[in-house]
Design a protein around this ligand. Sequence first.
Ligand SMILES: Cc1ncc(COP(=O)(O)O)c(C=O)c1O
Length: 402
Amino acid sequence: MRGNDSAIALDLAALRADTPGCESVIHFNNAGCGLLARPVLAAMREHLELESLIGGYEASAARAGQVRDFHAALAELINCRPENIAFAGSATHAYTKALSAIPFERGEVILTTRNDFVSNQIAFLALRKRFGVEVVHAPDHADGTGVDVAAMVELMRTRRPRLVAVTHVPTNSGLVQPIAEIGRHCRELGLLYLVDACQTIGQFEIDVEEIGCDLLSSTCRKYLRGPRGSGFLYVSDRVLRAGYEPLFIDMYGARWTEPGRYEPVDSAARFEEWEFPYATLLGCAAAARYALRVGMAEVERYSPALGADLRDRLAGLPGVRVLDRGPRLSAMVTFTLAGWEPEPFKAAMDLRGVNSALSFREFAQFDFRDKEVEWALRLSPHYYNTGEEVARVTAMVAELAR
Ligand SMILES: Cc1ncc(COP(=O)(O)O)c(C=O)c1O
């Protein structure tokens, strides 16, 4: 990959021409929010204009076909039916809706990992506070390379958790957790399985059948390059058939059939609400179609490899401590630089036209404690970034290291 973008099948020049932000910044913050591509921007602009011209309700009716494509495009991306997809305002919105559908009882166990996303961990603790569930963390491998699946399976057998909850790609490092392997055990043991795929969608190919998950949540704004304020929940047929429904289902997710009765709808629309941000929805559909056109197999080859190149180069610099460990790593690179405090370091990167993000101990209580760090700078390139940008960013960090 080093400086040799021509070796890959992606048309980088075209992808960058489609991405206006590439002209003004080195955007290495795709794990925060990806840069919008032109077709995504156009879909949203056109819809807002239509709303202003003919009215909001009328505009969504006029665009009903494209609106439906939100579900179809995401379904194609993760290999399910459109009826298994529910729009959500964020990954957290999708995730907490899913949690709210599980009628937890006192003493029941949520089995999770030490690298699950901070807001998920807080949600589990809130469930513990309100319903008395027990939160159990499967141990990691001793070398810090992610969850020990054998130990997790032992906990599945002995504790019979009400829910197994795993984040595929945690926000706080380059780790990639073995979600399909865990899913096979959940299926064998008949355990409910919820996957947080927030950093996955648009970065890795995803097949919900292969993962064997019951529920999967994501944002659309990160590697998928959709607009802010969007996400989705995958709800399997198993879960729909079993009658799970979110607490606080509305008139879109259910029919009020008699004064004292309601019936949830058959599809994942059960997890949606009547009101949608239609321009956003259309932007997400355009982003999913764009990712499908670019080709997720190519993206999965390119983005983590570009991250690996950056990681290798940074690791060779004096004062840099790279924090990512694991047999398979994502495009997310986390590191510290000796002699620098987090905010000034990020500000120095900003000043040089490089977008990055900071992670703190508060986001990763287990991981950062194990690594004995209080913070890390995260750089997260994507498929429209280049080897040349990686070299420039490495040179900037080298300059700051001096
Ligand atoms: C792994 C993971 N899960 C969930 C979230 C939350 O996403 P949202 O901000 O869309 O709720 C994030 C955000 O960074 C994340 O990295």
